[in-house]
Design a protein around this ligand. Structure first.
Ligand SMILES: C[S@@+](CC[C@H](N)C(=O)[O-])C[C@H]1O[C@@H](n2cnc3c(N)ncnc32)[C@H](O)[C@@H]1O
Length: 278
């Protein structure tokens, strides 16, 4: 009968560590790649690691792509081409599973979606260094710069950056603690990624979403449902045009967040002055 002696125990541990190490490194790279694809990062900017081009990884990637390929065949055509390029540059063989996805006539003959076609994009917002479980789904028009007199129908990088900075799970919750039980107001909320991520994953007491354009609120409300946010969760929407006293906020606000403070050339009327006057 086999017995677990101290020596075999140590050997087993060593073996497990040896086996698990490479798995955990490709796992991280694979999760990151999937997160970037869900976020619709342009294929030319995808950083595809050599660790995710082996046969087992190709099968996993193919299984991940297959169910969503119909939502934007052109995007996935470019992603798969880029993936195959990387596979070949590592002198690996492209698996039939990956190749067949690319040569599907719907994918092969696809064209870029029109700018006004909306897509559900998934953003990871729990910190920069990992693809975690804090995911926000946003229905948006990522190819549209501006429409219906607003630039708020697509999510801008600044919102993703700030959402990750505040919701960060890697810094012992230091930033999250600053928002704990606070009434938080967002200026120029656009698609709502930042404010609604705080409502879902942050510790805020109340979230007041504001924007100059009321067109964005309709989209925001869809996101409440899409993200399974508790509708009784304290989120409200109010029109607020920066620098216009007619749109004064009556209640006491503890923290104001403004994603576009991270962007240059955003507006002629600085949102900072609105934050002060309210
Ligand atoms: C570049 S988008 C950014 C949206 C969102 N914060 C993000 O980062 O994804 C700017 C947002 O600010 C709003 N906005 C622009 N000028 C404004 C103004 N003068 N007063 C209030 N909102 C304004 C737009 O409607 C739009 O939703």
């Amino acid at each position: 009968m086999y017995r677990n002696t101290p020596t075999t125990h140590v050997l087993t541990e060593k073996l497990v560590v040896k086996i698990l190490q490479p798995i955990s490194s490709w796992r991280m790279e694979m999760d990151r790649l999937k997160a970037h694809v869900e976020q619709r990062v342009p294929p030319r900017s995808l950083d595809i690691s050599d660790a995710v081009v082996g046969y087992a990884q190709q099968l996993e990637f193919a299984r991940f792509v297959e169910p969503q390929i119909g939502s934007n065949p052109h995007y996935f055509k470019s992603v798969l081409s880029r993936y195959i390029e990387q596979i070949e540059s590592c002198s690996e063989e492209t698996s039939d599973e990956v190749y067949e996805l690319l040569v599907d006539p719907v994918v092969l003959n696809s064209r870029e979606l029109a700018p006004d076609v909306a897509e559900v994009v998934k953003y990871h917002v729990g910190g920069f260094s990992r693809a975690d479980d804090c995911v926000m789904k946003v229905e948006e028009t990522p190819r549209l710069i501006s429409g219906v007199n607003t630039t708020g129908l697509r999510t801008w990088e600044a919102a993703l950056f700030l959402a990750n900075f505040i919701n960060n799970r890697d810094d012992d919750g230091e930033m999250r603690a600053l928002f704990k039980d606070k009434v938080v107001l967002e200026l120029g909320c656009g698609t709502g990624l930042l404010g609604l991520s705080l409502a879902k994953y942050g510790l805020v007491r109340r979230m007041i979403m504001t924007d100059g354009s009321t067109a964005v609120f309709e989209h925001n409300r869809k996101l409440v449902e899409l993200n399974g946010l508790d509708t009784s969760a304290a989120v409200s929407w109010q029109q607020l045009v920066w620098g216009d006293d007619a749109f004064c906020i009556k209640e006491k606000v503890d923290v104001v967040v403004v994603a576009q403070a991270f962007q240059r050339h955003v507006a002629s009327e600085p949102p900072e002055s609105t934050a002060r006057s309210n």
